[in-house]
Design a protein around this ligand. Structure first.
Ligand SMILES: O=C(O)CCC(=O)C(=O)O
Ligand SMILES: [Fe+2]
Length: 283
């Protein structure tokens, strides 16, 4: 197995591993170590099956059947019936499902078809950025709690005060434990983070802005330009991701398999029902 670093703080391109056969103990150990250190792995794998994709995710977390139909995958697509996130809009930086009691631990996307100029997915290492904060702000976050608001879709930021009653609301420690990294991450994203609990709103918004300057700094990000056959697997707690607008020049389809931390029980996460509603809305 060989690795090549993709950016200063995020990602490694893994080659020399056969994803269609069971992994040896040695490879499992190397992949866990790579995920811990680099937070995102890229594989180039032509014609990867959904089962093989799930076997990769299963190395890092319990595969979660998002739609609840036994298929264990969905499509992020502007072209497939039942696909999600298919609008041409960009997506604000986020970690998936921060508005749930149990956010996803791992996300994987496999590029099945890409348009002429595919819009990239951009990643930011919020865990690493915690170390760049001024010491005073950093130590204030140690025992801070965040309020997260959202739902499926995720094109626009909701605020707790104005969001509907149905919007999910949940509180998490800002320095959220990241089992894969073996250290605490920093959950302050653009999309779902509403505010620091018990801070003055003005102070909370100012801290959010200051944190984002560090999180989205160029040296702290990685831009993935998709090619058909790319499998990208990442730590959803350590990293945030966003998307530049999808150009209207053809089908863009990614097969998505996700995982929950091994300690999570089903009822702490979402059922497939909400996804069905979203797919029916055609987003
Ligand atoms: O379409 C993309 O580039 C990213 C989609 C996304 O946010 C997700 O699958 O969680
Ligand atoms: Fe996402």
């Amino acid at each position: 197995m060989q690795q090549a670093q993709l950016s200063e703080r995020i990602g490694t391109l893994v080659t020399g591993v056969d994803l269609t056969a069971p992994f040896t103990d040695e490879v499992v150990e190397a992949l866990l170590e790579a995920m811990c250190g680099r937070k995102l792995l890229v594989f180039r794998a032509a014609d990867l099956s959904a089962e093989d994709q799930a076997r990769v995710v299963d190395l890092f977390a319990n595969v979660w059947d998002e739609r609840g139909d036994g298929s264990r995958h969905i499509f992020v697509s502007n072209a497939r019936a039942g696909g999600v996130l298919g609008r041409p809009d960009g997506l604000l930086f986020h970690s998936d499902c921060l508005y749930m009691p149990a956010p996803l631990a791992v996300i994987s996307l496999y590029a099945i078809e890409m348009p002429m100029s595919p819009s990239p997915t951009v990643f930011a290492n919020s865990l690493a950025a915690a170390g760049d904060l001024p010491p005073e702000l950093r130590s204030r976050l140690d025992d801070a709690t965040g309020l997260f608001v959202g739902g499926l879709g995720g094109y626009e930021r909701l605020r707790s005060d104005t969001a509907s009653d149905e919007a999910m609301r949940v509180e998490h420690p800002i320095r959220f434990p990241d089992a894969l990294a073996g250290e605490a991450a920093m959950l302050v994203d653009e999309l779902y983070f509403d505010r620091f609990v018990d801070w003055e709103l003005e102070e909370s918004d100012a801290a959010r802005d200051e944190i984002h300057e560090h999180v989205y700094a160029e040296h702290n990000t990685y831009v993935h330009h998709w090619q058909v056959g790319d499998l990208v697997v990442w730590d959803n707690i350590a990293l945030q991701h966003g998307r530049r607008p999808v150009p209207d020049d053809g089908p863009r389809t990614l097969r998505r398999v996700v995982g929950l931390d091994r300690s999570v029980t089903e009822y702490e996460h979402l059922t497939g029902k909400a996804l069905e509603i979203e797919a029916a809305r055609g987003r």
